[in-house]
Ligand binder design. Structure first.
Ligand code: GLN
Length: 487
């Protein structure tokens, strides 16, 4: 095996564990050692418990020795974004508001990873309450991009992307409301999958915008994304928006369905603001699919220009409602300065939330207020329907869509001080959330500065199996995913 243990895939490692060439304890120790070596420079973790990880690894080895190994994830170190609840562990959302909050229960995805035997390793940094595109809005620390430590890893799941790219975990989970899995995956050069809304339970995920939020994996390969999705997908009665649908064998689908597919290129995704190097890399990927026999057609998603506006009305409206619970009394930071109970609410929220979160709560409260509700919130919901219809009518012609994931490679920390400049990072990812669709991002090249570029494949609702197969077809012909940053 060529790569160091911390850069191997779930598929490779689980085969080695199965053959008895490796123990979970040895693998976990390698990941812990790598983390100790690089984490002072990367800053991907909010908290981590080495002793706990090693205990889980020992339990995995004991299971295996007794002939009771649980499957591909058994014994594999997997990191979780710090908005996914793990019982008896800190759960901070990278906010002062929840700095000392310990979760009393497991999220459904956590429970499923535990029953698959995964070694849960650390809580990963993010933009506070998942609001941002650079992980600079974290109250903990900014996370660095492993490919260039002076650059951001993207966000909001920047810790999940950076930890994987740096070899500090074998796979991670993040959450995606407007691009928060895909954009950091693109900027850090790893694979990810944002599932169809309703495929993965949101129970135990700290809510940002409930009609948009989905949990999904970051992995080194498409095959690993299939393995992770297999473990976390499926109906959950504790999430009322969870969908009852048959879960196929995602890994088998990688080789079963070979295409050739009919792929659409939405012309609105290749206009102004697209970095020329990103555009060129995506064009090469399109050319590759054409060479493989796929039919490539131009399609139009005419309401694309309204995606950002609709998103920043709907997401902030839902956030203002979801974040009302952090009042310093039932949950969250409690101010010591308050003079009376009303002042206690004011002071606790003023001290607990960062600037971007406050901006969103104020905006969201405004668009929901009487007199403005129809003009903003209701109208944004109607626009959302049009955006979804754009995608669904494109799917009458094509199997999937190809776009860039992010308009640019990673940018320098501090380079985007204006909130609007940051909001534009999600211009190619937000429509997918508004329409509730699945999408994959995978590496498709590097900029002249050596920074990763990501390709986005957008699929039809609940067609993850086919989407994974389309992604795997690209990955088989390229070796971008085998490159690792020099740290
Ligand atoms: N960057 C977007 C925002 O700031 C999306 C965040 C997300 O997907 N959680 O809202």
């Amino acid at each position: 095996m060529s790569a160091e243990l911390h850069y191997q895939t779930i598929a490779e490692l689980s085969a080695r564990l199965g053959r008895g060439e490796l123990t979970s304890v040895a693998l976990t120790q390698a990941v812990l050692a790598r983390t100790s070596a690089v984490e002072p420079r990367v800053g991907a973790f909010n908290s981590r418990d080495e002793a706990d990880a090693l205990r889980q690894a020992e339990a995995s080895d004991a299971r295996r020795a007794a002939g009771q190994a649980l499957g591909s994830l058994d014994g594999i170190p997997i990191g979780l974004k710090d908005v996914i609840a793990v019982r008896d562990q800190l759960l901070t959302a990278s906010s002062r508001m929840l700095a000392n909050f310990v979760s009393p229960y497991d999220a459904t995805v956590t429970q499923r990873l535990k029953s698959a035997g995964a070694v849960l390793w650390g809580r990963l940094n993010l933009d506070e309450f998942a609001m941002g595109s650079s992980t600079e809005n974290s109250a903990t620390q900014p996370t660095a991009n492993p490919w260039d430590l002076s650059c951001v890893p993207g966000g909001s799941s920047g810790g999940s992307a950076a930890a994987l790219a740096a070899g500090e975990a074998i796979a991670t989970l993040g959450s995606d409301t407007g691009g928060s899995i895909r954009q950091p995956s693109s900027l850090c050069g790893v694979v990810c999958l944002k599932p169809t809304y309703g495929l993965v339970s949101r129970y135990g995920l700290i809510a940002f915008a409930s009609s948009l939020d989905q949990i999904g994996p970051f992995t080194r390969t498409v095959e690993d994304a299939a393995l992770m999705l297999q473990a976390i997908a499926g109906h959950d009665e504790r999430d009322s928006t969870s969908f009852k649908t048959e879960i196929p064998d995602y890994r088998a689908a990688l080789t079963n369905k070979r295409g050739p597919w009919k792929l659409g290129i939405p012309k609105e995704y290749f206009g102004e603001g697209l970095d020329p190097e990103v555009g060129a890399a995506v064009e090469q990927a399109i050319a590759y699919y054409r060479e493989q026999g796929c039919e490539i057609v131009e399609v139009s998603l005419p309401h694309t220009e309204y995606c950002l506006d609709a998103y920043y009305v709907i997401a902030t409206a839902e956030a203002s409602s979801n974040l009302a619970r952090y009042d310093g009394i039932r949950y969250g930071h409690r101010s010591r300065q308050a003079s009376d109970v009303v002042d206690l609410y004011f002071q606790s929220r003023a001290e607990g939330f960062g600037e971007e979160v406050k901006r969103r709560i104020i905006l969201g409260t405004y668009v929901l207020s009487s007199g403005y509700y129809d003009a903003y919130y209701l109208r944004a919901q109607k626009v959302r329907t049009l955006i979804r219809q754009d995608f669904l009518s494109a799917y009458q012609q094509v199997d999937a869509l190809i776009t860039p994931t992010s308009p640019t490679p990673a940018f320098r920390r501090g380079a985007k001080a204006d909130p609007l400049a940051l909001y534009l990072c999600d211009i190619y990812t937000i429509g997918v959330n508004l329409a509730g669709l699945p999408a994959i991002s995978l590496p498709c090249g590097f900029s002249s500065a050596g920074l990763p570029i990501g390709l986005q494949l957008i699929g039809q609702p609940f067609a993850e199996a086919e989407l994974l197969a389309i992604a795997a077809a690209y990955e088989r012909g390229h070796d971008w995913h085998q490159r690792h940053p020099q740290l």
